[in-house]
Write a protein that binds this ligand. Sequence first.
Ligand code: PHE
Length: 435
Amino acid sequence: MAASGSAVGLGNIWGFPTNAASNGGAAFLFTYLLLAFALAYPALMAELIIGRHARANSIAALQGISRGPKTRVFAIFVGGLGILTVSFILSFYAIVSGWMMAFFLDPIARLAGAEQLAGWLTTDGEWRNGLFMLGFMALTIHIIRAGVRDGIERWASRLMPMLIGILLLLIIYVLTLPGAMDGLRAYLVPDFSQIANPRLLVDAMGQAFFSLSLGVGTMLIYGSYISKRENLPVTGSLVALLDIGIAVIAGMLILPAMYVALAGGVEIFNPDGSLVAGPALIVSVLPELFGAMGPVGLFVALAFFLLMTIASLTSSISMLEVPVAFAVEYLGMARGRAAMLVGAGVAGISLLIVLNFDPLFDLVVNWATEVSQPLLGFFFCIFVAWIWRRDAVLAEITEGAPGAQSGLFWKIWPLYVKFVCPLAILVVFLQSWNW
Ligand code: PHE
C-alpha cells in the first residue's frame, strides 16, 4: 500500500492523462503500457530486491552488493545522485502540491462567504505559493517524523483507498456531462500516425519512470521495509498494476473533464493546437469546469483537490524518506531531527524556485525527471545484473517465493535487466538529449 502510495501521485493523475492527450491518445496509452510492463516493472523489481536484501538506505545498500573498491565508489555516486535527485523532485513537487491544497481550500472559503480569500487562494503569487509549499512540507515532515509503521504505513493505507473511491465517483459524475464522450474518444481512439513520432517514446518512458518512482532510491528504501516472508515479484506486480491502473483510470477523468470544459466554452488547446498540459491544466481548465457546474461544482472541486493533495502526500513522504533514512542510518541522526533538517533544506530550495519560478521551475523538473531519473535507472540495472552475484539475487527472490527459481519471473527478468532495460533506457536517454 505504501509503495503504491509513492507511485500514485501527480504523475498519474495529471502527467499521464495529458501526455496521452498530446501524444495521440490510445497510441500513447499502448506504448506506455508496453514500456511500463516490459521496462519499468523490471527496473522496479531491481530496486525492491536490492532494498530488501540490504535492509538499508540506498548508499549502504548499493555498497553492500558491490564487489571491490571501484564499485563501492560507484555505489556512493549512484546512491548520492539518487538522494540529490529525489530532494530536487520534492522541491518542485511541494510547490505543485501546495497549489492543490490552496485549490482545496478555495471551495471551503467560498462556502464560508470569504470571496476575497478565495480569490487570493486561486491567484498565482509568490506569497501563496511560498506559504502553501511550506504548509505541504510541514505535513510531509510531520508524517515522516512518526516513522515507518505509525507514519508511512498507517497514512498510506488510509489515504490510498480514499483516493481510489474519490477518483471513481468523479469519473461517474463527469461522464454524465455533455462533451465527456468526445474526451473519452480522444483518449481511447488511437491516432496511429503518432506512433512513429520519436517524442512519444521519450515521453512514455519518462512518464513510466517518474510514475513508478524509479531510480532515486524510493523503491529501494521501501523494499528495505518489506518482510522476508513477502513474495517480491507478486508485491512488485501489484504496485505496478495499481500504478498503471490508476493512471489509465485517471485518463478517463481528466480527458473527458477537459472536453466538458471545452463544451462549456473553456479554451483547452494551446495556440499550436496541442492540448493544455502541465500545471496550467489543473489550475486553470479544471477550476473553470468546476465553476461552470454551479453549486455542485464546489463539492466536486473539493473532492478533486482533496484527491490531488492525498495523492501528492503519499508520494512526497516517500521522497523525503530517502534522504532521511540516509541521515538516520549513515550519519546517526535521530529520526525527528533528520526529518526536520532535511525537510527544511528541501523547503529552502523550494523557496528559491518559488521566488525565481520562470527560470528555475522547468529547469529543475527537466533535469531531475528527464536526465537524472533515466540515468539512475540505467545504473540500477547495471548494479543488479552486472555487479551483484546472480546466486545472491536468486537467493533474495526465493525468500518468500520458494518456487521462484523455476518460475516465469526468473526465466525472463534477469535477461531483461541485463540487456534490454539498460539498452532501452540508454537509447531513450540519448534521444532526450537531442530535444
Ligand atoms: N511517482 C510519483 C508520481 O507519480 C512521483 C515520485 C517520483 C515519487 C520519484 C517518488 C520518487 O507522482
